[in-house]
Design a protein around this ligand. Structure first.
Ligand SMILES: [Zn+2]
Length: 353
């Protein structure tokens, strides 16, 4: 038990789900995300800004830290500004595949890259930037950015990851073949990362898992159909992370995973907003707990706390041999304090197992 005391955060131990970690994602339309937490839906004001309420609900549900994901240079700046408002918030810097046109629209892609690099360094010094991304390939949304531009600037962001030694927060939609080819080509400068919001086939899953520094991120979109659930079941828990993808990808009553959900919150339509309730259809961080319940339930894992510990540990750190320097380094999504806390938590589990 001595090692548990080292954590210095009783909440970690006493609260069943305090060690669930959440990835909070800004998807292709970030203004929608920030907008919804400002009460704006498709430009229409429906309720008061409530991000503080949403965050409080998350902390109460046991969420320990949140990553606000940037999807463009401007949005990464905004993500960093949000992250600076609370010690439990962190962020990423990078360009989403649907926004890669912005490199060329500036007229000077290299300058744009340097601005991302500067922002990442600034955010790292502040202890806030924990990953490069989100970046990757999205062939379901080619109307926003063509394949060749997506591929070019996905690859470019490996340079950013290599230069900062940060792990990557990755997005892959209907593009497994090209995606894996690019990761393979860059594997000597791939510091590790997570392919978030995974919705691919069993074949895609296995291809991604063949990269030993790759984790798969699961949210409500990964648990919609019976096939999704089977694919998810085949992801070893040691290679998985969970997230919400808030404000999107909530688990709906029509989804296959719903029967494993145990925790629910009252909800109301946005027009009848009440701060004690969730807004119907708007996903938010506390609901990561439902993702955990579906994962544990469908995999038949009885000890949900052990599952959440493993998932938390996956998110906090991973160790690897850096092939390009032949020395052992550790890459973490989080600063050193949390890393040692996770170690203490795990060694505590080993002692009591
Ligand atoms: Zn994404």
């Amino acid at each position: 038990m001595a090692s548990l005391k080292m954590i210095g955060k009783p909440k970690f131990i006493l609260c069943n789900l305090s060690d669930v970690f959440l990835l909070m994602l800004v998807e292709a339309f970030p203004q929608t995300l920030y907008g919804m937490f400002k009460g704006l839906y498709h430009g229409k004001k429906c309720h008061v800004p409530d991000i503080a309420t949403v965050l409080n609900r998350a902390w109460s549900a046991g969420v320990d830290r949140i990553i606000v994901t940037g999807g463009s240079l401007e949005e990464s700046r905004e993500a960093l500004a949000i992250a600076e408002t609370d010690g439990r918030l962190f962020c990423t810097v990078g360009v989403h595949p649907t926004r890669c046109n912005e490199f060329e629209e500036t007229g000077d892609p290299e300058k744009h890259y340097q601005a991302l690099f500067s922002l990442a360094k600034e955010g790292m010094q502040k202890g806030k930037v924990v990953a490069i991304g989100e970046c990757g390939l999205d062939y379901d949304r080619l109307q926003f950015c063509p394949v060749d531009i997506q591929k070019k600037y996905f690859e470019k962001q490996f340079e950013l990851a290599y230069a900062t030694k940060l792990p990557m927060f990755l997005h892959m939609r209907a593009a497994a073949e090209d995606f894996c080819e690019i990761v393979e080509r860059n594997k000597n400068r791939f510091p590790g990362g997570v392919a978030h919001s995974f919705t691919g086939s069993a074949l895609d899953r296995d291809k991604l898992l063949s990269f030993d520094k790759m984790y798969l991120g699961v949210n409500g979109c990964s648990l919609k159909t019976a096939e999704n659930l089977d694919v998810m079941k085949g992801i070893p828990i040691e290679r998985m992370m969970i997230e919400t993808d808030s404000p999107y990808c909530d688990i709906k009553n029509t989804h296959a995973g719903i029967k494993f959900v145990k925790s629910t919150w009252p909800s109301k339509k946005k027009e009848k907003y009440d701060q004690e309730s969730l807004v119907k259809g708007r996903n938010e961080p506390c609901l990561v707990r439902q993702v955990l319940e579906v994962v544990a339930g469908y995999k038949g894992l009885g000890d949900i706390n052990q599952v959440s510990s493993t998932l938390y540990h996956n998110t906090c750190r991973h160790s690897q041999k850096m092939t390009f320097k032949e020395e052992i380094q550790e890459l973490v999504f989080f600063p050193q304090d949390l890393d040692s806390a996770a170690d203490a938590l795990l060694s505590g589990h080993h002692e009591t197992d």
